[in-house]
Structures are given as structure tokens and as C-alpha cells.
Design a binder for this molecule. Sequence first.
Ligand SMILES: [Mn+2]
Length: 289
Amino acid sequence: MRTMFDALGSMGSASGAGAQETHDNDDESLRKRYRTVFISDLHLGTPGCQADALLDFLKAHPSDNLYLVGDIIDGWQLRRKWYWPQAHNDVVQKLLKRARKGCRVVFIPGNHDEFAREFIGLRFGDIEVMEEAVHTTADGRQLWVIHGDYFDAVVQCAKWLAIVGDNLYEFTLKLNRYLNSLRARLGLPYWSLSAYLKQKVKSALNYVTDFEVAVANEARRRGHQGVVCGHIHRAEMRDIDGVLYCNDGDWVESRTALVEHFDGTLELLHWAPSHETQGRAQMGNTVNA
Ligand SMILES: [Mn+2]
């Protein structure tokens, strides 16, 4: 089935599918080039999407690889109310053009653009659509790339378990009273079962609200060194028990992206449009290891 994207993409698909993008004459030649750029949660089709800033960012950050890590086009909102200004069209055109010029562009649909999940294994123009990906960094690390909405269910399920755990805690309070009255009768000192278990339940509750830990755990289970996701609109890069958890943030509030330098160094960027500050401000969150 042909789509608008096929039509747009095929306009110039003959021009080079090499790994190295030929530099544009209009932009990019003087820009700093990255090996990989990861962005997600653009929410094109909603008034919240900061399309102009995103366009500036894309122009300023050419790359060999570009991962679109879900919630690129907000199908949920578009179904409710059609909103598609020129700037949003420009972003789509820019992405298609980038793919046409030899940048490997991978689109991993999220929950807001789940309509694209039926195109998994196919292409929008020169953009590959994949359910998930594994990106190998220049220094040989394997990063699992997913949107992350699947973990809502994991977190929800864990939350439910925590409620059970919480009821269990109430029960242990009763049990504690009973046990200690028994211990007192036997001449044994007081021992707090509830304090002991409270600590356990508390850490369980922290765990369940922790999307990040759930994602990192699954990446570890799959044998990856790291994971790149989006979905929760919270940019982050940190080690979670030996797995590098990276969240590239969003383009609704924070205007953030994850980039890989040519030596494999990963960096979280926070884009500030030039009228706000001079160029790009970095979050100073770089992981070399
Ligand atoms: Mn999402």
C-alpha cells in the first residue's frame, strides 16, 4: 500500500543510498556532524510540538544515522482534531530528505503513532520502519532502541503487585503485634517485623514507579549494554546496575536529543533556539565509558 510518504520519498530516491550523506549546499557543510542522532516524542500534529526548534536542530545536527524513537506523528490527536501547519510538513520533508541523501533513518513507532506499526518491515520513502532496533556504537556497545510504551504495562502490573504488597504490609502489622505479644510472653525482646518488611515494600513501591529501572532490566535481560527509549518525556542518561539507560526526551517540552559522536561517546543535548541563547546549550551529561 502506497502512502503519502512513499510518494514524497520516491521523488528523489535515486540519489545515493551510501552510508555517508552528501552535504547539502544550503546547510550542514559547516555543521558538526554526528554518527547518530536519536529523537522521539515529536508529537507532530499537535500544537505542543516545537516544530520550528526541531527544524533548526535537525539542520544543525547532520548525522550518518537517525533514529526516530516513537511518537513522531500524533495519530491520537489528529484523529480528534486535524492540526497540520506548514512547519510540521517541513519536519516530515526534512526527515525524508535526510533519508534520501543517504542518512540511515529508522522509525520505531510509539503508542501515539501506532498506526505506523502496520508498516513494520516496510519503508516510508527511504525511512525504515522497525518495531525495535539494536544500534551498535562506534566503540562496540549494543544499544537496544525502543519507544518504551510497552513498559507501561510492566509498570502497571508491578503497581498492582505493590498494592497487594501494601495490603500484605497491613496484615504484617497485625501479625507483628501478635508475634510480639507471643515473644513477650516467652520473655524475648521486641523485634519489629513491620519495620523490616516496611523497608522491603517501600523499595518495591519505588521500583514500580520506576519506568527507567524496568526498561534497563529488560535491556540487561536481553544482553544489551544499554537502551535508548523515549515515551516518558524525561531526558536522562545514567547507569542502572551496569546498563546504560538513555532517554532522548521530547520535542514538546524539553527539546532534547541523544547524539553519538564518531568515537562512540554518547551525549544528551538540550536544544535552545538561537533567539533564546547562542546556539545549543548542552546538558553536560556525557558518558564515555
Ligand atoms: Mn509514547
